[in-house]
Design a protein around this ligand. Structure first.
Ligand SMILES: Cc1cc2nc3c(=O)[nH]c(=O)nc-3n(C[C@H](O)[C@H](O)[C@H](O)COP(=O)(O)OP(=O)(O)OC[C@H]3O[C@@H](n4cnc5c(N)ncnc54)[C@H](O)[C@@H]3O)c2cc1C
Length: 365
């Protein structure tokens, strides 16, 4: 059996950030990825937004790791020339009866110190920035931005490899057992051993945890698939910032994002699903148009085209009273040495990735 110091299961943005962090701490690292390439899972289907950290429950891992991760990510992207843009975001109250919720977000974000430049604006002030916007009030978050997530993953992998990490593609983990001080990780016919094991398998994290001998099944949270579809907007849009409505259960609401190429898209909505179906139903166009017209009344629905969908690995479900937090369970939680399992790494997982890498390394070393 081949041996290494650490094995990371999953080469999405989170697994790659963890592998980089462990490799930079001096460990030999092998990343096991079931697909033929890295970054084809949840990480390939996001909004690519660098979140400021306005919306997460107080003192949650999401709030902490998003705020820290955002700072780290901007510094990382600047130094490694990863395409990104701090374009800012407006979260809007469309009607007067939404003002109290916007105010609650404002006060919550101020208390959390999520964005130094956070600014409350009335409708007129917001329209001075974005003339096509219809709203009663808005919160300007200058530290929100966008990033080319694939370029980020390529950079993280390159840096992990520079520190000796190896990526094994097309290598699905099928069973995990423990012998002596080692985790024995089976990938079909081959087996590899390590004292450190990280389960960063995204939508398959529960299945991977279930394949670990000795892992208490009661500690595996339920997986709720929260599908989010996107529609692109043809032609140029009259906005230069991200525009968000107030959050909804399971997501942040159908918002307008721009990618690094300037392409605008609306999404993601929330559709609770039983299957991993990534098709975008074209008949949802009217729902998207209505959601978008709440803040952009002049939008012609004909300009919307079905684009792509992603699936959030939600662990709270549709009836959760508040947004479910990340679960990053180390030996203190499950009692198994050298093991960290990550569950429910939905948004803001991309923003938080570097901070998650640091956090997992701190749990293990
Ligand atoms: C619709 C949507 C929009 C989002 N928008 C944003 C956003 O704007 N900003 C933000 O910060 N976050 C956003 N997120 C969240 C962010 O995309 C995720 O938190 C992040 O991509 C999760 O990365 P990951 O590495 O945990 O998972 P993944 O990218 O899914 O990586 C897990 C990897 O594990 C592999 N794997 C699974 N099982 C096995 C196995 N048995 N053996 C080997 N490999 C295995 C998979 O193939 C996959 O490559 C969004 C998410 C969604 C769904």
């Amino acid at each position: 059996m081949d041996k290494t110091d650490a094995i990371v299961i999953g080469a999405g943005v989170v697994g790659l950030a963890i592998a980089r962090s462990l490799a930079m701490a001096g460990l030999s690292v092998v990343i096991l990825e079931k697909e033929a390439s890295f970054g084809t899972g949840i990480s390939s289907r996001s909004s690519e937004v660098i979140h400021a950290g306005l919306h997460y429950p107080a003192a949650s891992l999401k709030e902490r790791l998003c705020c820290a991760g955002k700072q780290e990510l901007y510094a990382y992207c600047e130094s490694r020339k990863v395409p990104h843009h701090r374009i800012g975001k407006l979260t809007i109250a469309r009607e007067a009866n939404e003002l109290a919720r916007l105010d609650a977000i404002y006060n919550h974000a101020l208390r959390a110190g999520a964005d130094d430049g956070l600014l409350w604006m009335d409708g007129e002030q917001a329209r001075a920035l974005e003339p096509a916007l219809d709203c009663t009030a808005a919160l300007l978050s200058p530290s929100s931005g966008i990033v080319d997530s694939h370029a980020l993953m390529l950079s993280l992998l390159g840096e992990a490899e520079d520190h000796g990490a190896m990526l094994a593609r097309g290598t699905p983990v099928t069973h995990i057992s423990r012998s002596g001080d080692l985790w024995r990780v089976e990938c079909g016919e081959t087996e590899i051993g390590s004292s450190i094991l990280v389960n960063a398998a995204g939508l398959d994290a529960q299945a991977v945890a279930g394949s670990i001998e000795g892992f208490d099944p009661a500690l595996i949270p339920p997986l709720h698939l929260a599908k989010g579809s996107y529609f692109t907007v043809s032609g140029k849009v009259p906005f230069s910032r991200l525009i968000y409505p107030l959050p909804i259960t399971g997501g942040l609401g159908v918002h307008l994002t721009l990618d690094m190429g300037g392409q605008a898209r609306f999404g993601p909505d929330v559709e609770w699903s039983e299957t991993r179906d990534y098709t975008v139903d074209p008949t949802r166009r009217d729902d998207f148009a209505q959601a978008a017209q709440r803040f952009w009344p002049d939008l012609d629905p004909e300009r919307l085209t079905p684009a792509y969908a992603g699936i959030r690995p939600n662990i709270g479900g549709p009836d959760a009273a508040q947004m479910a937090d990340f679960r990053i369970d180390g030996p203190d939680t499950h009692g198994l040495p050298g093991l960290v399992c990550l569950f429910g790494i939905d948004s803001p997982g991309l923003t938080s990735s570097l901070a998650i890498g640091d956090y997992v390394t701190s749990l293990l070393l």
